[in-house]
Write a protein that binds this ligand. Sequence first.
Ligand code: UDP
Length: 377
Amino acid sequence: MYDVIVIGCGFAGAVVGRQLAEKGRRVLILEQRNHIGGNCYDVQDEHGILIHQYGPHIFHTNMKHVYDYLSQFTKWYDYSHEVVGNVNGKMLPIPFNLNTLELVYGVEKAKELEELLIKEYGENVKIPILELRKNQSKEIQDIAQFVYENVFLKYTMKQWGQKPEEIDPSVSGRVPVFISRDNRYFQDTYQGMPLDGYTALFDNMLNHKNIEVRLNSPANEFMTIGNKVYADGNEFKGEVIYTGPIDELFDCEYGRLPYRSLRFECEYYEKEHYQTHGVVNYTVSEDFTRITEYKYLTGQVQNGTTIMKEYPFSYSGKQGEIPYYAILNAENEKLYQKYVEKLDRLPNVHLLGRLAEYRYYNIDAIVDKALTLAEQL
Ligand code: UDP
């Protein structure tokens, strides 16, 4: 009946499914939730505002082939993401940049410091906070300390339950200090939001005669992956692409892979806007990390507005909890590799995406990996 079974219908599963369908393979996609799109799923709330049910997802890439690929399934709303941090009521551009420097130190002092930073690192250069802190100059150290304390420390404690120096440097490095006046969160060549939303994009991508999507279908009800793959009671020799958490494939027999999860709280206001930017990070106060006001992201024109607060917590695996962020460190990587080794004897099972690969992928990276995998199969 099927040549390929894909488990999970987020970007990883949908792109690989579509590409294999294009090659003439019959693809079955099993999705345990009641909707497509994974964590990019968007939907109108009860007030008619389009929200991302699982937190803000903003598309940006330097990979033209990824942008072109997705452009087959959507037009784009031309959105450049900008974030400000609420630091004791003062709104500061994030990533910390030369505009932020001016707001913090005043025009004159900032000019001096700007010269110093440019002399040291050059213009338009991005420096991870942990690197900036190592600088020998007292004045640069002062800037680094300000950024560390006012942008990173509390936010990272909330998000990860750890200090910036305790988390993987690639994670804090996602938001470096930027020696520039560019207030955008991303400098990628291509950025924007799917004009009709992510769910519509997925609908278009999955609309193919060789693709069948089954919602409300936990993989383990249909198939088992042990020494062999069995689907619907029979040995399945086709390709299996698994995009879920790898430990769950093996009943977490070596222990659960740790993740951070999120609880979301939405509020609706009968006014045009709640805040000045799409996302405001609360970097020195509050229990939530950030507030997203979706109308900025989607460009929707509507009288009221919906905002979303994000409260991080440690994922426990309980029913209903969702693993969002892999916690990257050597110990967890070792545990992950133990599970990967178990799959080595099954060359037709492929791991793809944030969960299955235990990585911190952006959308474009997942799409790129899915395209590459589909080409190889
Ligand atoms: N971060 C921070 N303060 C900020 C923004 C980011 O401390 O105002 C740190 C924090 O540890 C966060 C990481 O940088 O988890 C990556 O931030 P990003 O905005 O890329 O996170 P995402 O949008 O993927 O949740």
